[in-house]
Write a protein that binds this ligand. Structure first.
Ligand SMILES: C[S@@+](CC[C@H](N)C(=O)[O-])C[C@H]1O[C@@H](n2cnc3c(N)ncnc32)[C@H](O)[C@@H]1O
Length: 282
């Protein structure tokens, strides 16, 4: 774990996520109608990039209450979802049963850093799937990358789609007179970012009581170097001018279910990559 780690980051973040699950399952939260109709959809970026998962074993790290995990199961993958929120895992299991996907979906309650012991299936997965608001909750990106590599079969790959770390330097609560977000923290912050944020990303009308959160900015160089050091080979890396939720108040709909800057694509808001585990190390 990093030196700057706060002793209570895990408990505070877990309490926040446990509460957020209730918000996301209530009216105004996540829309599950496609999933319940047997036609779950991912965001357009993953739809364009992930590829066919039929017959594949997929590990979804930080799976929340399993919407995307179960979408992949509906497409014929055999999935394992892992999350440290007991509320999220209970909801994921209930949803899997509701949808008749229990036979193809297993959900594990564990901290990401305990995943190797909790899942206990090394080198067993064709895909590790990690998306949208996951790695910013983790203090140690190098250890995360080693865990991803631990689970992949040789030749299997990580698919990662995330908010761009460059966008983390901005903050709506320090908005500029133009309405654009002001500056928040430096890109190369090494300390955890600890602040009170009662806003929920899915339901802007909700107010979270467990508002304290601890997060980390992982610069692109750290993410890519960590994956390479863990034995993965980058097959592509893309930057996107849109992100999948209204990350800042000034963002406008991009016409594909995401949000972009209002006038020009000033800076990337998201990135995605595919990194394959070597069949044998050269
Ligand atoms: C933004 S959500 C992921 C959202 C998911 N991509 C989706 O669209 O449903 C982040 C998830 O990370 C989980 N999480 C945060 N820190 C974690 C940790 N240390 N170990 C395991 N899960 C963690 C939270 O419980 C939460 O469900």
């Amino acid at each position: 774990m990093s030196d700057g780690e706060k002793p209570d980051w895990r408990a505070a973040n877990r309490a926040r996520w446990d509460e957020a699950v209730g918000v996301h399952l209530a009216p105004g939260g996540y829309d599950l109608s496609d999933l319940r109709a047997g036609q779950g959809r991912l965001n357009w970026i993953e739809e364009d990039e992930l590829g066919d998962v039929r017959g594949l074993r997929v590990l979804h790290l930080q799976c929340h209450f399993g919407r995307d995990t179960l979408t992949l199961a509906q497409r014929g993958a055999e999935v394992v979802g892992l999350d440290f929120s007991s509320a999220a895992i209970a909801a994921a299991r209930a949803l899997a049963d509701d949808l008749g996907l229990g036979g193809r979906a297993r959900f594990v309650e564990a901290d990401l850093y305990d995943a190797p012991a909790a899942v206990a299936e090394p080198a067993a997965f064709d895909r590790v799937f990690v998306t949208w608001g996951a790695i910013n909750w983790l203090p140690d990106i190098a250890e995360w990358a080693r865990i991803v590599a631990h689970f992949l079969k040789p030749g299997g790959f990580l698919y990662l789609a995330e908010q761009h770390p460059a966008a983390f330097v901005f903050d709506d609560t320090a908005a500029l007179p133009s309405g654009l977000p002001g500056y928040f923290v430096p890109y190369f912050s090494t300390e955890p970012l600890t602040f009170d944020n009662p806003r929920d990303y899915a339901n802007p009308d909700a107010t979270l009581l467990h508002a304290t959160e601890h997060g980390w900015i992982h610069p692109l160089g750290s993410i890519l170097s960590s994956l390479i050091d863990a034995g993965l080979a980058l097959e592509y890396f893309k930057e996107h001018p849109s992100v999948t939720w209204r990350m800042f108040d000034c963002l406008v709909e991009d016409g594909r279910g995401g949000y972009r800057w209002p006038d020009k694509p000033w800076l990337p808001l998201a990135f995605s990559l595919k990194a394959r585990k070597y069949s044998s190390k050269a």
